[in-house]
Design a protein. Structure first.
Length: 199
């Protein structure tokens, strides 16, 4: 596999958590956010498939703006969802929705899927990473206190593992960064294998 010089990198996400993880590599990148509404879940796709579809939608919207994305630019897009027994928990609509989500996650194991879509030299690569997270049994007071203090409305499954939601976790099977929203190890492996790019 030929190794290319470090390309210009665009992160197609406004997530401060993804920016922090990618920034930990010390490589320069810019942020461009998709202006397209995310796809609606039709209930027919598997959760991991839907995460990939949404990530690709974000990617295609950003690379469609030809004035800002050249073929030799590397574009990275991600979408993270939480799922229990095939049921997707996205970002909660309101306090009651967040409460129901956390109540369902209490005392059980759920999957966190991050779909990814990468673009480089007119090639699009998609896939997903899965991490299994087990919550301890939560009281309704713990849930209500968390919602009041953390305001988890921009987080899949209504919690952030790197913030107060980490206290709910009993165990993790898989990549921690994937739960935060950007599976860094998988990203580096895929870019090296597919494009010869070393981050």
């Amino acid at each position: 596999m030929k190794t290319y010089a470090m390309p210009k990198i665009i992160l197609a996400s406004a997530s401060p958590r993804r920016k922090e993880i990618l920034g930990s590599l010390g490589v320069p990148f810019t942020v461009k956010v998709s202006k397209k509404k995310e796809p609606e879940y039709d209930g027919l796709e598997l959760p991991e498939e839907f995460a990939c579809v949404t990530a690709r939608s974000k990617l295609e919207n950003v690379i469609g703006r030809r004035s800002s994305v050249r073929d030799d630019t590397l574009v990275l897009a991600y979408d993270t969802i939480v799922a229990v027994n095939g049921r997707i928990f996205g970002k909660p609509k309101d306090e009651n929705d967040a409460r129901n989500m956390l109540g369902n996650l209490s005392g059980s194991t759920h999957s966190v899927y991050t779909g990814f879509a990468f673009y480089y030299k007119k090639v699009i690569l998609t896939g997903f990473e899965e991490t299994k997270v087990t919550f301890k049994n939560l009281t309704w007071k713990e849930i209500d206190d968390y919602i009041a203090s953390e305001k988890p409305y921009d987080k899949a499954g209504a919690y952030a593992i790197q913030e107060g939601g980490g206290g709910f976790v009993r165990s993790i099977d898989g990549d921690y960064d994937n739960v935060v929203g950007l599976p860094l190890d998988r990203t580096r492996k895929e870019l090296k294998s597919a494009f010869g790019i070393t981050l």
